[in-house]
Design a binder for this molecule. Structure first.
Ligand code: BG6
Length: 515
């Protein structure tokens, strides 16, 4: 299929001052303050703003990274006063983050930056009022953060344009999900693109802001050891797992229409796949990095009606126990009578290029699984010939990159078990545990990403064609499911997912890594 959208050369060449935007500006606990900015958070009373955005800004403020001339303007439909809003966000901070990192004195200083504006983005009436609260001199960097359903992105951008609020120092942050298929994503991108040029659009995938996800780049390209082995000659298969123990309760209206493919695979898992499988980029500059990621997305083997049953498994949890606690089934969690939404998905993907031809990439994600665990496993091939004879098992090497929790990198090696009684081999990990090596607090992904928006660093954000390529691949799967009528298999909450997912790998002589 021909790509409808092509970045023009201006989009590719225009970039901000990268010397300042370098991803490595923060060293140790020294923070380089960003330039003063103002941020308008649409959806200011919503879950994301209360749980993540405001706390993240507070943490950056406490570390001295946000200059005191900056402003935070929360906008939402609720008719709240500024004082009421401040009470709301303080309560949310204490509930979701806790009191440990909270200082009343600092919080009061931070509140000086904050204001609130009631705005109904679907109406024409509030934009002028909003504008009056913004910097009239237009010298501050201006960030619009759209933490709202994507169906409203177009209205918001139109409202900003009509009221003349998007000036030359403005940029817009788009929260996921960016649409529910290629077509809707294209429409949103088109509407936003009428107001903001590509270099001013920050499509967020918060996984890219996670410390351990960024470490993937360092692990792969900061070490000489791995790269020579990083291909189909040495690697048997790759496994990417993002397992969650939480259910879909509380966001049923969204989740039941979305399911795991749209909610997790189209964005987070494909981003992990790209970082694991892309060619070395020339630098960490946004253009270099995103170009390599998109090549991977375009090389993904299409999944269609002819192979979807062999290559995908859909699951939905029924009641069970997570860590000894009884939990209800999905239908009860999201309060619907019946549903075919998948809360689990496993896919056998392939990246069709010179480096990866023939290497299966097993990806899976699920809610209400046994435990929260995100990891990437590189399963190496066995040694070509065992000098130890047929009776001694030589296990192949394995690299386990544990993204969360207990962040670590483990390289499993064969060693001789010491002692008499004949030769025995044992697999043991060279263990690089974050907790043992570092004592720093890991900033939330949003802290890093918010500061990158202000710095004008697009490296950890998705380009339009990247999002669209990911949708095209997922659309193929969605269509194929519909064509063949592939429904969900059930799995008990607190398990490893449906049996079929185990069988899918067994067909190829592989098995998911044990939890
Ligand atoms: C979100 C998904 O993008 O990521 C959620 O919509 C999911 O369904 C969440 O729970 C997982 O993020 P994290 O940072 O908690 O691993």
């Amino acid at each position: 299929m021909v790509e409808r959208y092509n970045l023009n050369s201006a989009d590719l060449n225009e970039s901000f001052d990268v010397s300042k935007n370098d991803a490595t500006v923060e060293t140790g606990s020294t923070f380089v303050p960003v330039d003063p900015f103002e941020i308008v958070v649409f959806g200011g009373t919503g879950d994301l703003a209360r749980r993540k955005l405001i706390p993240s800004l507070y943490h950056r403020f406490c570390d001295g990274q946000i200059p005191p001339q900056s402003r935070i303007l929360a906008a939402s439909r609720s008719e709240l006063s500024r004082d009421e809003y401040l009470i709301l966000i303080k309560a949310a901070y204490l509930e979701f983050i806790g009191g440990e990192s909270f200082s009343e004195v600092k919080w009061q200083e931070f509140c000086e930056l904050i204001d609130y504006a009631p705005v109904d983005v679907t109406k024409d009436i509030h934009w002028e009022e909003l504008g009056k609260k913004l910097d009239a001199t237009e010298t501050l960097i201006r960030v619009f953060y759209l933490a709202m359903p994507p169906a409203l992105f177009s209205d918001i951008c139109q409202g900003l344009k009509k009221a003349g609020l998007a000036h030359k120092k403005s940029r817009v942050v788009l929260e996921k999900p960016l649409g529910h298929d290629f077509k809707s994503a294209d429409e949103i991108n088109e509407a936003v693109g009428k107001v903001f040029s590509e270099k001013r659009i920050y499509r967020i995938d918060h996984f890219l802001g996670k410390e351990t996800v960024q470490n993937l780049l360092v692990l792969r390209f900061g070490n000489v050891l791995l790269e020579p082995l990083w291909d189909s000659n040495s690697i048997e298969h790759i496994e990417i797992t993002v397992a969650e123990d939480i259910g879909a309760g509380g966001r049923g209206a969204y989740y039941d229409k979305s399911g795991a493919l749209r909610d997790m695979v189209q964005n987070h898992l494909l981003q992990l796949l790209c970082l694991t499988m892309m060619e070395p980029p020339g630098s960490t500059d946004a253009n270099d990095l995103r170009l390599e990621k998109i090549k991977v997305l375009r090389a993904l083997s299409p999944i269609d009606a002819s192979n979807v049953q062999e290559k995908t498994v859909r699951g939905q949890y029924v009641k069970g126990k997570v860590e000894g606690r009884a939990v209800p089934d999905y239908l009860t969690d999201v309060d619907v009578e019946e549903s075919d939404a998948e809360t689990y998905i496993a896919i056998k993907a392939e990246v069709n290029n010179w480096r990866w031809s023939g290497v299966p990439v097993y990806i899976r994600t699920g809610k209400r699984m046994k435990a929260r665990r995100s990891e990437i496993i590189i399963q190496f091939k066995p040694v070509p010939h065992s000098i130890f004879g047929p009776d001694i098992k030589v296990s192949p090497n394995k690299l386990v990159i544990r993204l969360q929790p207990n962040e670590a990198v483990n390289l499993w090696m064969e060693i001789k078990e010491p002692g008499a009684g004949g030769l025995r081999l044992k697999s043991l990990p060279l263990n690089l545990s974050y907790a043992d090596s570092f004592t720093v607090r890991y900033p939330d992904a949003y802290e890093r990403l918010l500061m990158d928006v202000v710095r004008g660093n697009l490296s950890l954000f998705m380009r339009r064609d990247e999002v669209e390529a990911a949708w095209r691949w997922c659309d193929g799967i969605l269509q194929a499911w519909e064509d063949v009528g592939q429904s969900v298999s059930y799995y008990p909450a607190g398990s490893d997912g449906p049996e079929n997912a185990i069988k899918m790998l067994a067909q190829h002589g592989d098995a998911w890594a044990e939890n």
